[in-house]
Design a protein around this ligand. Sequence first.
Ligand code: AP5
Length: 218
Amino acid sequence: MKIILLGPPGAGKGTHAKVLSETWKVPHLATGDILRGHIKSGTDLGKKAKDVIEKGGLVSDDLVNAMMFEEISRLPKKEFILDGFPRTIGQAEALDVFLKKNHLRLDAVLDFETDENILIDRLSGRRGCPKCGANYHIRNIPPKKPGVCDKCGAALTQRKDDNPETIRNRFATYQKETSPLIQYYTNANLLVSVDANLDVPSLQKRFRTIFEELKLAV
Ligand code: AP5
């Protein structure tokens, strides 16, 4: 399985990618998580990315492409769920070249369609576990004990870029830079739109049907 999850901030890409990855045993590569890992470890890339991410812009194509192609190259079976990449036409074109060079082909691009008011609610209510990476929402997907991770007991935190001003900038960046990919992947006959307003189990069911239709489910 080689798929891309496309959609605006807060659409549920990360939440669903984690479930898909566990269900289908396919590695999940999330650019945002990888970049935040670089920031945490203080690498050169992390230093370059920090300011951009906190303002809601995009890290340059060259840096992100190099980082992601290295990640994909390391995968033993070259199967993946890409979450947050590509995010510009330049990244999509570079990915096409990389895949062709490596004799790989994408199976599908799942486009998460959601209403903007739902996105704002999801982002402002999102909480994450800094220790094990589990993802929650204070109302939709709450932990059993408020503020505490169900899986490892660590105190949950809010992402720095989940503040109203940065959320506004992230939406604007999505509209300008990323939404043209919908047409790009429609032209490539790879786009499958999904209703990301659905709850998590219902949308996972829909994914199973899509994978069966694409003969990806075994
Ligand atoms: P990234 O971390 O990828 O952020 P994003 O795209 O803005 O997406 P999010 O993680 O905010 O949302 P999501 O769709 O994963 O939603 P989630 O599942 O968490 O990127 C961060 C930054 O890194 C970017 O702004 C950019 O600066 C940089 N970057 C990343 N990739 C780059 C690239 N390719 N090029 C350049 N720069 C790049 O869900 C949100 C909340 O809703 C959660 O609380 C969840 O519990 C809840 N929820 C999810 N689904 C449902 C549901 N169905 N029902 C109810 N609640 C739900």
